[in-house]
Design a protein around this ligand. Sequence first.
Ligand SMILES: [Zn+2]
Length: 264
Amino acid sequence: MEGPNVLLPGMKEVNLSEEDEGGLDLLAVNGEGGEAESGFNWRLCLIGRFIQSGSLDFLSMQQTLASTWKPGKGVFIKELDNNRFLFQFYHELDIKRVVEGSPWYFNRKALIISRMTQEGNPRCIALDTLDLWIQVHDLPIGFMTTTVLKAIGNYIGVFVDACPKNFMGIWRDYMRIRVRLELTKPLKRKMRIRQSATEWVWVNFKYENIPTFCFVCGLLGHSERFCPRRFDTPEEEIVQPYGDWMRTPLRRPTKLIGAQWLRT
Ligand SMILES: [Zn+2]
């Protein structure tokens, strides 16, 4: 039996103090950012998980997302853990388009993504927010300003962007804002806005392309049939303050069969 200190033939005894000197400086080797030759570049990496866990066909998921995204410079997808994936892109344009186009779906499960903001362990990136486009309805005309939209966005979650088309054209039924939602917080249905000294109005929110959410607790990621609240509330006391009306109707792609003759 060989103990831990036995040197096998051909092995050199390591002088511990030598190890402290020299060493490999990844920054110096690869330049700032530490991009390795393998093509790994954390700046072009997304980490993702699917909102509902459960079994997943990794091969089919890769095929589906790649063919949906069609990244010009390609994408490399790696499974890091159970329901945690790394998406390596090779151009800023590709990753930007995927981030801005979220949410993406595979088998009707939404993908929760986050860009890496610094080099680190991709397993430690929090995946607990989702960016969505939200329609703000019933906003009085005088309140249709970017400042008001920002305040509304920050009430719903964290304001990310406003639709550039909000202020185009003569009349719009609603304003669109992009908001970062925290998955641990219930969705907001409406907001009270003071119009004058005595008058308040309600503005209502409709969520575009929203994943499954619970009509009982308002959280994303499960339906009311699977709400944990069912276990500690008697059936007759269960109410559903949330509902389907918070979704915008699915946009069906319009076939532009008459486009060449239509004037705009
Ligand atoms: Zn619930």
